[in-house]
Design a protein around this ligand. Structure first.
Ligand SMILES: [Zn+2]
Ligand SMILES: [Zn+2]
Ligand SMILES: [Zn+2]
Length: 602
């Protein structure tokens, strides 16, 4: 009760508004899962239609018709509709799309609008239905060639200058991004903030022929420059070949993909694409990343029919939950701790929002000689008994003795160290205080913060300890080499990353060091210690929210490490708010002078 009162006081003092407000974008919903092809092709419809919102449809062709199972986009303005791509293989696209336009018009109580047909690029798996549309009245058909695109979108300089299509109170920017194909474009819908990237960026294998690498690299750079300047809700491409498991794709030709990656990528991935090409620098080896791969085709070698770019990089796989409990609506039904075994030796714990509104995540990693716990909770919570019980159960299942526990902290703020005393008084626990000197000693860090230390949990399980001061003097990231999970504490998570003016140089340098780290090591997931972001891009829950029924995924991707760094590059030494779709870098609000003497949180 006292706690609840305290946090409500804090909320009142700081204001209840969301910090980013949705960036003025029309919101929409994306499905957690799409139909692919099969297992029983009799029951799979030729087309799956998903209404992102009432004026933005996403169509997917069935993998039972063609293994490429492309995505098509249908966007409605006041005066015109725009279709991107016409399908793969032998499929009836035009009758289906015209039917959708009629239904849309009927629902809106108006006459159907004329259709513009455009293409992400000129390859056969995106143009198969072209003839069907060319034969129709009331259709403006733009062939997939640079000359036709220039004319239709008013592009004066190909490929540097963007053009526009006006659908009536809805403008679509047309960006030439040759590389995968000479007619490749991206489309940016200003209303939703969705960026359609065709085959140039999607969760799968981005093919480029050796000779086109410099062209693609230049396009990736222009696309990144464009994306940095605008709110990007989602980056939507035209295929999914990636599996949910990072660095893993389904081999070419796979029809049924029961565990495929989500369709949407983020602005962060546009930066990651650009970064990948910058690092290629004339080399033509494939670049395999968690959510996509750049696959270079030798000019004279035909593509292997069953190419697979990534095999998981040898990382121990694990599973993340689709959603976490937060706090409420009925606090009687919410347990104090939610435990999710990512796999049998890597647990994620979340404290209930009913116990403390910060509802932090803790991590418990099991080696063969030692166990590592990151953080000890927020508020008045029994952390040690719960964790020790988990360890006892883990040991019992393995028919082994309980191993010693090492306690470390993402940083020193009160919402991550509240259970410290409980652990300090226990036998068989090595307690590392959240202070640079203590961490340095325990993890053998020669020079703070520029060197990386390690904690050896035995059996080959090494956890790297990376000093990343900024949010707090004692902020660290932990990298688990077995799973490839990077734990980033309060320095990078889907929410408000706060720092004070004085900490800007340190945080800026830390963000760059994190980028240097992820450019060398495979990163499965980036896991922080809170979720404050909603599932809607650029929108967070106000500070102090207990119950978050539609919160953002806990996991960020390697790409977000690049995006964090980009935020600091944009600031250029001047601290200001930088809102990205999945997190916000936020100047720390000065504490009210008369604030109660609570321990600092966040
Ligand atoms: Zn394609
Ligand atoms: Zn925190
Ligand atoms: Zn903090």
């Amino acid at each position: 009760m006292r706690l609840l009162f305290l946090s409500l006081t804090l909320v009142a003092a700081l204001g209840l508004a969301s910090e980013p407000d949705g960036a003025g974008l029309q919101p929409g919903k994306l499905p957690a899962k799409w139909m692919t092809g099969g297992p029983n092709c009799v029951t799979v419809p030729d087309w799956q239609v998903h209404e992102y919102n009432e004026d933005f449809y996403i169509l997917r062709e069935s993998g039972c018709i063609h293994y490429e199972k492309p995505f098509l986009y249908l966007i409605f303005g006041e005066d015109k509709a725009l279709l991107e791509d016409t399908g793969a293989g032998e499929v009836q696209t035009a009758p289906f799309v015209m039917g959708l336009i009629e239904k849309w018009a009927k629902k809106k109580n108006r006459a159907p609008v004329p259709l513009i047909v455009i293409h992400s690029h000129g390859h056969g798996d995106h143009t198969a239905g072209d003839k069907q549309f060319q034969a129709l009245p009331n259709v403006q058909f733009i062939a997939a060639t640079p000359a036709e695109l220039k004319k239709a979108a008013g592009i004066t300089a190909w490929p540097t200058g963007p053009g526009q299509l006006d659908l009536g109170k809805r403008v679509i920017d047309v960006l030439p991004i040759p590389g995968h194909n000479d007619a490749s474009i991206a489309l940016y819908d200003r209303a939703t903030g969705n960026l359609l990237t065709g085959d140039s960026l999607y969760p799968g294998r981005l093919y480029v022929s050796e000779a086109e690498v410099p062209t693609y690299a230049a396009s990736a750079k222009r696309l990144a420059d464009f994306a940095i300047e605008r709110p990007i809700a989602n980056v939507l491409g035209t295929h999914i070949e990636q599996a949910r498991t990072p660095y893993t794709d389904y081999p070419r030709g796979t029809a049924h993909q029961p565990d495929e990656h989500v369709l949407e990528l983020k602005r962060a991935h546009v930066l990651e694409l650009n970064d990948a090409f910058q690092h290629m620098q004339g080399k033509t080896e494939n670049v395999v990343l968690p959510d996509f791969a750049v696959v270079v085709r030798k000019v004279n070698a035909p593509a292997s029919p069953s190419v697979q770019a990534g095999n998981g990089m040898g990382l121990q796989p694990g599973v993340l939950p689709g959603e976490w409990k937060t706090g409420g609506p009925d606090c009687l039904a919410v347990p104090e701790w939610q435990v999710h075994p990512y796999n049998e030796d890597f647990y994620i714990l979340r404290e209930s929002g009913c116990t403390h509104y910060e509802k932090p995540f803790l991590y418990l990693i099991f080696g063969r000689n030692k166990i590592l716990l990151e953080d000890t909770g927020a508020g008045e919570i029994q952390t040690a008994p719960f964790v020790m019980d988990l360890i006892a159960k883990w040991a019992k299942r393995r028919k082994a003795a309980a191993l010693p526990l090492v306690v470390i902290h993402s940083h020193a703020h009160g919402d991550h160290v509240a259970g410290d005393k409980q652990f300090q008084s226990l036998p068989n626990v090595q307690f590392i205080a959240a202070a640079p000197a203590e961490i340095q000693k325990a993890a053998n860090i020669a020079h703070w913060p520029t060197n990386i230390g390690r904690i050896d949990l035995g059996g080959g399980r090494i956890v790297d300890v990376i000093p990343i001061p900024g949010h707090n003097d004692a902020s660290i990231a932990l990298y688990d080499r077995w799973t490839g999970n990077l734990l980033t504490g309060d320095s990078l998570y889907p929410g408000r990353l706060s720092l004070s003016e004085a900490d800007l140089p340190a945080f800026t340098a830390s963000a760059q060091r994190l980028v240097d780290f992820v450019s060398k090591e495979p990163v499965a997931h980036v896991l922080g210690t809170h979720v404050e972001q909603t599932a809607t891009p650029y929108l967070d829950y106000p500070r102090g929210t207990l119950y978050q029924p539609a919160e953002h995924d806990l996991a960020l991707s390697r790409a977000h490490v690049l995006e964090l760094n980009q935020a600091f590059i944009q600031m250029n030494g001047h601290l200001r708010k930088v809102a990205d779709s999945d997190f916000t870098v936020l100047p720390r609000a000065p504490r009210p002078a008369a604030a109660p003497a609570a321990s600092p949180t966040n």
